[in-house]
Ligand binder design. Structure first.
Ligand code: SF4
Ligand SMILES: [Zn+2]
Ligand SMILES: [Zn+2]
Length: 300
């Protein structure tokens, strides 16, 4: 197998691109895909500070690595979910990465912010752990960015994550999720920062290869609650389709973004209010995060 760029020995074959690359040219390919994502969706400029949400996994640390090397002014945000050893280990990976690269890392503990860690929230709400966890993460990322005066939060969602989310939304025809499925969500309220996903053009396998080649020390174990998550089942289905027909995931996601998404955008914009308690954005009067915190307070 020869590198498409230099003709040297290839280390990775990318079937969906009908190409193979040596280690150096693969890294350049990876960076180019991130540059293209940022440019195409005007995610941020070199003058804007970017808050990078890091979990300690390969995707978010690979993203942070690229953005630092590209010269962006980044701060990491680690949300400590309080999920047993998984959180202890993943926090350690983020702290070590930040220290080695000399970049600032902000840490917020869900236990402090909501009143209980994710495993307790799961018990209190009697809902799947990812429900309270996801809500808290979205809320805390936005609030942390606002408080730090940063206009944008970047997350490490990759092509596989995005295709699996889209698959789930389509399976249930979640009409409110479909228009929000985008590599870049604009700020629609002064208290909402932009949310961007610069890795949406890169597969999980590609970010794993990049992290390996860059010698990034990341947490390999998944969150223990990920096992039962439907997103994992959706990823498996999509992987089977990808095996049979390379490029299937890419076509599914990109076809939606380019052709179908505009049709799902709601004609009238949703009215956004400020939560009477915390001042963050909500469609009602008390935001979902404050309701969750109340529920936790009543039960623990
Ligand atoms: S798998 Fe679920 S509980 Fe675990 S970090 Fe992800 S969203 Fe949170
Ligand atoms: Zn090469
Ligand atoms: Zn609130």
């Amino acid at each position: 197998m020869k590198c498409r760029k230099c003709g040297g020995t290839a280390v990775l074959e990318l079937r969906r691109h009908n190409a193979a690359f040596c280690a150096d040219d693969f890294q350049e390919f990876f960076r180019n895909q991130v540059r293209e994502a940022i440019r195409r969706h005007r995610m941020f400029t070199i003058d804007e500070p970017v808050l990078v949400a890091v979990s300690g996994g390969k995707d978010s640390l690979a993203l942070w690595d690229v953005l630092i090397d590209e010269g962006y002014r980044t701060t990491g945000l680690y949300l400590d979910l309080g999920i047993f050893d998984y959180s202890v280990e993943s926090r350690g990976k983020c702290e070590a990465f930040a220290a080695a690269r000399g970049v600032p890392l902000m840490i917020k503990r869900v236990e402090e912010e909501v009143g209980a860690p994710v495993p307790v929230i799961k018990q209190v709400t009697r809902r799947p752990p990812c429900s309270g966890c996801g809500l808290s993460k979205r809320y805390l990322m936005n609030r942390a960015a606002l408080e730090a005066g940063m206009p944008v939060v970047a997350t490490g969602h990759n092509l596989d994550d995005e295709a699996a989310t889209l698959f789930g939304s389509v399976m249930h025809w979640q009409m409110d999720s479909l228009p929000r499925q985008s590599p870049a969500l604009a700020s629609t309220h002064p208290k909402l920062v932009r949310r961007v996903k610069p890795l949406y053009r890169l597969s999980e396998r590609e970010t794993a290869a990049f992290a390996f080649l860059r010698r990034i020390d990341y947490i390999v174990d998944e969150c223990p609650f990920a096992k039962g998550a439907t997103s994992i089942a959706h990823k498996e289905i999509l992987n089977r389709m990808e095996d049979a027909s390379p490029g299937a995931k890419h076509n599914f996601l990109f076809g939606f973004l380019e052709k179908a998404r505009p049709a799902f955008e709601r004609a009238e914009a949703v009215v956004l209010n400020e939560c009477v308690r915390c001042g963050q954005v909500t469609t009602g009067t008390l935001c979902a995060f404050c309701k969750l915190a109340d529920q936790v307070k009543r039960s623990v």
